[in-house]
Design a protein around this ligand. Structure first.
Ligand code: HEC
Ligand code: HEC
Length: 474
């Protein structure tokens, strides 16, 4: 018995060493350790972690119903879900994270009036607030809200245009990328402040975020040290952000600029900023002084305190934390394996770090209310260092966010990326959804990632295809 186990163990180790020789450990199919679900197709991003207990599954279902449910204008007969707006962008979390997946920029082939929903715009003016965060626009606040309840004016409209950017691979093949520009119009409360800065951000898939929250700080800081020690162009920086629920500065992990530290903050700020629902964390509507109609609009929950109660907020956070990452596909495929070696060769893994072991137990500010023991002690493969990188002028938004400069973005996790087309019916990537697929996303890499991008430019057509296949297997 003992001997048999020893042999199994040795086999696994040999496999791992074999993969490491390629410059990274892909870690088999189980992207999220024991939480992993074997799921493909339209619902691939919507399953509970495989190792949740039965009572936890029930809680997942309750949280999920509030993630999907549409909030309505107050006053309504259903007090438990009124309070939408007064200004808002979507009526539910799932309105942007469709099927827990990736949003897309508006599709102008459907007419110029298609308003952006899953692509939102963060706003600020030069300077920082009391805790080092962005300073909101005095009239429009920190996020542009293009919808409003009846009787209140929406903040305005946004139009999007794409401009072609031509390039060529080393083998002579041409490619055309598209660079977006935005125009704000019908600004109902007058002009934005002078020097107002705008950051477009598309809704990412929300799989495995509880596992990312359970990565120890020390591992993120190790990435900073390892990259600095390597002495190359790649020098990631950990964002440090103010976490409102725990009232302290923490390492940022979520959002395109790692501008949020915890799922509690992320969830409560989405309720207030995106849907207009107050909570114990953010108990004031986002109406600014100049927005008198917004300030006068009726509040939800009969005006008696937060529009979402504490238990429901906890349930949504728990749901969010326990959405499972789906298993990898096609790991034995020859093209995928070739692509894995090319991923290593182009040094993609310097930033898109494959593997971590999550903390062995709960650590502050996480609490049992918003996470699960199922997420701890798991070996996971998210393919991110959770650090900020300057990836060049082409991607810059010129809007700082805590320590993130106007040219830095957080390395996004790559797990599940190949399932976005099945879940969402598109493959729009990068912070503003400009890239139509993995290869376009890579071609936008510059700055610290320039050498990686140039390596891909030198790849043959077959190598490019293999690299994409590998990334899409994650
Ligand atoms: C209006 C569209 C919209 C709505 C509604 C919305 N989100 Fe998001 N969500 C986004 C965008 C855009 C981001 C990226 C934000 C950033 O970079 O600052 C995001 C980021 C997140 C993240 C971080 C994911 C990551 O990998 O960093 C989580 C978790 C999340 N949202 C959960 C929620 C929950 C829970 C709700 C409902 C309470 C919600 N969202 C409502 C658009 C939306
Ligand atoms: C210097 C760090 C760095 C390196 C090296 C790097 N990336 Fe990235 N990657 C990023 C950052 C940062 C972003 C987000 C940029 C944005 O959204 O504007 C990103 C985005 C992506 C995306 C889009 C993800 C999404 O969710 O939209 C893909 C795909 C990707 N990288 C693949 C690769 C591949 C393949 C390589 C190697 C050829 C590579 N990256 C090398 C930092 C890096």
């Amino acid at each position: 018995m003992r001997l048999a186990r020893w042999w199994v163990g040795a086999g696994v180790t040999l496999l791992a060493v074999g993969a490491l020789a390629n410059g990274e450990s892909a870690g088999g199919e189980k992207t999220g350790g024991d939480t992993t679900v074997f799921a493909t197709g339209r619902n691939a991003f919507s399953f509970p972690a495989a190792n949740l207990s039965d009572p936890e599954r029930t809680r997942f279902v309750i949280g999920n119903s509030f993630f999907k449910r549409n909030w309505v204008q107050a006053p309504a007969s259903t007090k438990a879900r009124d309070g939408l707006g007064p200004h808002f962008i979507a009526r539910s979390c799932a309105g942007c994270h469709v099927q827990d997946g990736r949003g897309a920029p508006p599709d102008f082939t459907k007419g110029l009036s298609d308003p952006p929903v899953a692509l939102l715009f963060r706003l600020s003016v030069p300077g920082t607030d009391a805790v080092g965060g962005p300073l909101p626009d005095p009239v429009y606040g920190d996020q542009f809200q293009n919808f409003a309840v009846r009787g209140v004016k929406p903040e305005g409209q946004v139009a999007l245009r794409y401009h072609p950017v031509e390039g060529r691979f080393a083998d002579g093949t041409r490619y055309t990328l598209q660079r977006p520009t935005y125009k704000f119009s019908q600004l109902h409360y007058g002009p934005m402040a002078r020097g107002a800065m705008v950051s477009p951000r598309v809704a990412p898939q929300v799989i495995g975020v509880g596992l990312l929250e359970a990565i120890p700080d020390a591992e993120i800081l190790r990435n900073v040290r390892d990259q600095a020690a390597a002495g190359g162009a790649v020098r990631g920086v950990a964002n440090r952000v103010f976490d409102v629920p725990s009232q302290q500065m923490l390492i940022g992990r979520f959002g395109w600029k790692a501008n949020v530290a915890t799922l509690r903050h992320q969830t409560a700020s989405a309720f207030i900023g995106d849907i207009g629902i107050t909570s114990s964390v953010f108990n004031e509507e986002t109406c600014t002084q100049r927005q008198k109609d917004c300030r006068a609009a009726p509040r939800g929950a009969e005006g008696a305190g937060p529009e979402i109660d504490e238990k429901t907020l906890d349930d949504v956070i728990f749901y969010q934390a326990t959405v499972a990452p789906p298993a990898r596909r096609d790991i034995a495929d020859a093209q995928v394996r070739a692509g894995q070696a090319l991923f290593a060769k182009a040094q993609c893994a310097t930033c898109h770090r494959p593997s971590y072991t999550t903390a062995s137990e709960m650590f502050p500010p996480l609490t049992p209310r918003g996470t699960s023991p199922a997420l701890f002690g798991q070996t996971i493969h998210p393919y991110t260092d959770l650090l900020l990188h300057d990836v060049g002028e082409g991607l810059a938004d010129h809007r700082p966010d805590f320590l993130a400069t106007g040219r830095q973005w957080r390395t996004p996790p790559l797990w599940g990326i190949g399932l976005i087309p099945a879940v969402n019916g598109h493959q729009r990537l990068l912070h503003d959804g400009r890239a139509r697929g993995v290869l376009e996303a890579v071609l936008w890499h510059d700055g610290e990632a320039r050498e990686s991008r140039d390596a891909v430019i030198r790849f043959s057509a077959a190598e490019r295809e293999a690299l994409v296949k590998f990334v899409e297997s994650l």
